[in-house]
Design a protein around this ligand. Structure first.
Ligand code: SF4
Length: 211
């Protein structure tokens, strides 16, 4: 079986509840959205077919047993992901998704990081397919500016997402941009009972690819 793969690298999870933990990133290629501020546009094209065995061997070379399957939109390739994870039973796994596709492989993973895209992404609004009934789902919102907060609150209310499962993250691909938004965003999180997450990969590496 083939997987459309963009890159594999060893780093630390930079965002969300598992931030700071070592992880092997498996970035699949192909996405069904086109966010204006997407920092992985190089993964949009559905290309890079690789044999499953080749990917398993590449993953096993790293001294780490935690996977972050990301993209692109990885849930476009659920059958292939399921086969990959069955070949790596000793690994724990998070999947990053934009929430527009229902997840059929929740039983194989530990955490589903759903990042619904708001108006600031430039995409047409879409129905959320990863609902909070899925106890492995957490919700991470990319915040461009103060004007996004009302939309996020309405979204959370519409889908009955518990505050404790919400993470707000500043949009930005430079340390300066992240720091500038973080101060007021932390205050929003304190007031509303949401979690705050920074983007460690940007603070550490300046949004370089594959680190
Ligand atoms: S869903 Fe993710 S990968 Fe796809 S365009 Fe948006 S930010 Fe980029």
């Amino acid at each position: 079986m083939n997987i459309l793969l963009n890159e594999i690298f060893h780093s630390i999870q930079g965002e969300g509840p598992a931030a700071g933990g070592p992880a092997i990133f498996v970035r699949l290629s192909g996405c069904n959205l086109q966010c204006m501020w997407c920092d992985t546009k190089y993964a949009w094209a559905p290309e890079g077919a690789r044999e499953l065995d080749e990917i398993v061997r590449a993953i096993r070379k790293y001294p780490c047993k935690h996977l972050v399957i990301t993209g692109g939109e990885p849930l476009l390739q659920q059958t292939a992901i399921a086969a990959l994870l069955k070949a790596l039973p000793e690994y724990t796994t998070e999947i990053e998704t934009n929430g527009s596709i229902a997840c059929r492989i929740t039983g194989l993973i530990e955490q589903l990081n759903c990042s619904p895209k708001l108006k600031n992404s430039g995409n047409k609004p879409y129905e959320l397919k990863i609902l909070p009934l899925n106890k492995k789902a957490i919700y991470k919102f990319v915040v461009g500016g103060r004007e996004d907060i009302k939309e996020i609150k309405n979204f959370i209310k519409k889908y009955k997402i518990p505050q404790g499962r919400v993470w707000l993250m500043p949009e930005g691909v430079t340390k300066k941009a992240i720091e500038k938004k973080s101060k007021w965003l932390v205050e929003v999180c304190k007031k509303e009972g949401y979690n705050f997450t920074t983007r460690l990969q940007v603070l550490l590496y300046g949004n370089k690819r594959g680190v």
